[in-house]
Design a protein around this ligand. Structure first.
Ligand code: NAP
Length: 373
């Protein structure tokens, strides 16, 4: 009060000519404080804005995870944190200039650890994990081709050529898992359940999962990855069934009561995004269409993950996604007939719909995966 009274007295016309030097100092302090407040309000860092949604991206050092993280780092609507498995992954992630993720945005934890939730407790306040609103799960068991089986497959090429058989038999390849205990039951089921439980504990209302297409088909080739069949006995050993374990984890999420966006991408490729149109459907119907090419670039998939945070907020939906070359329309707006997949027309195609537009349109159909299949 005295502070303001002195200020007012300074502004009075009859204030002494030389004035009270203490009061002048006080006025300067007041103006400086005012300026600081104004500049803090106008030049607010969007990343530290209280309005930015805090999102945890897990599997953040993986190929899709780091694209998602990088997109969120650049988007002022979000304040992302990336969860990685090891210190080595954390270092790699922070060094990656394309991602532009500061060390303070990275949390290290093994999702398969029996003490996963306790392991994260010290990071809760320190990394702001207590104020998360959404989680994007990009973790997965990571298969590695056994070099021996690959060499054996190549050696058989001349024999197959002579016998007029398909030159390479991909089914003869053997796979291991990248990390010890990093097989699907551990990572894609137990690890995902741990993450869903973390979401529940932290009050995260929306979980986005990057899963895979093919989950309705037990005999999908991907389920054989990591398993070995004894030719004599017909018995199977090893750890596989990646799609089955992923689907079980999805069901756990569906029954959790949380909001979810479960994305089943087709085969992932590393081409630039934004060039093709999104095609979304459910229950592996896209495998049954005339065009058997079911792939999507990781970049487009990452855009769909980010779109899920806004468009998919408050929803419970599970769908498949691929992209296809944009169908050019003729001058009268009709899609011309394709011959052997090639569409010939003189008119140039419209630019593809954004991930947000594609997802909005799909949500209008009220379709979602049928987990009874
Ligand atoms: N590849 C395809 O064609 C294809 C097709 C359809 C769907 N998908 C699915 O799409 C998703 C993304 O695939 P991607 O190839 O981009 O992923 P990715 O590069 O294989 O990344 C998987 C990430 O999960 C992390 N991870 C594994 N075990 C972990 C653990 N115990 N704790 C914490 N993190 C762990 C890995 O950590 P490290 O970096 O430390 O190893 C890695 O960063 C996966 O679910 C995949 O199955 C893939």
């Amino acid at each position: 009060m005295t502070y303001f009274r002195q200020l007012l007295s300074l502004l009075k016309p009859n204030a002494g000519r030389g004035g009270n030097s203490c009061s002048i100092l006080l006025l300067c302090c007041f103006l400086a404080t005012l300026q600081c407040c104004c500049s803090a309000l106008t030049a607010q860092d969007p990343q530290s804005s209280k309005q930015a949604t805090r999102v945890l991206v897990t599997g953040a050092a993986g190929k899709t995870g780091r694209l998602v993280l990088s997109k969120l780092e650049k988007d002022p609507r979000y304040e992302p944190k990336g969860l990685v498995r090891s210190e080595a992954s954390a270092k790699q992630l922070v060094k990656n200039k394309d991602v532009n993720c500061p060390l303070e945005h990275v949390v290290i934890a093994d999702i398969t650890s029996p003490t996963f939730l306790e392991d994260l407790r010290p990071s809760l306040e320190h990394h702001g994990l207590d104020k998360l609103e959404a989680m994007i799960i990009c973790t997965s068991a990571v298969p590695r081709i056994s070099k021996l089986s690959f060499a054996a497959m190549l050696l058989k090429v001349p024999i197959n050529f002579v016998r007029r058989k398909p030159l390479v038999d991909f089914r003869s390849m053997r796979f291991k898992w990248k990390h010890p205990n990093g097989y699907p039951e551990k990572v894609d089921y137990e690890g995902q359940v741990n993450q869903i439980e973390l979401a529940k504990q932290l009050g995260i209302s929306h979980v986005v999962v990057v899963s895979s297409m093919g989950g309705t088909d037990q005999d999908n080739f991907l389920n054989s990855v990591g398993k070995v069949k004894d030719k004599k006995t017909g018995k199977t050993t090893g750890n596989g069934d990646i799609l089955l374990w992923k689907r079980r984890a999805e069901k756990y999420l569906v029954e959790s009561g949380l909001d979810y966006t479960i994305i089943h991408p087709g085969g992932l490729i590393d081409t630039p995004g934004g060039k093709e149109e999104f095609v979304l459907d459910v229950d592996d119907q896209l495998y049954k269409g005339p065009n058997r090419s079911t792939r999507i670039s990781r970049e487009d998939l990452a855009d769909l993950c980010v779109a899920s945070l806004s468009v998919g907020k408050g929803q419970k939906v599970s769908f498949d996604c691929i992209t296809r070359p944009i169908q050019p329309t003729s001058d009268n707006g009709v899609i011309p007939e394709s011959i052997n997949g090639d569409v010939s027309t003189s008119s140039s195609p419209d630019p593809p719909k954004s991930a947000e537009e594609a997802l909005t349109k799909f949500l209008e159909l009220s379709k979602t995966a049928n987990y009874a299949l």
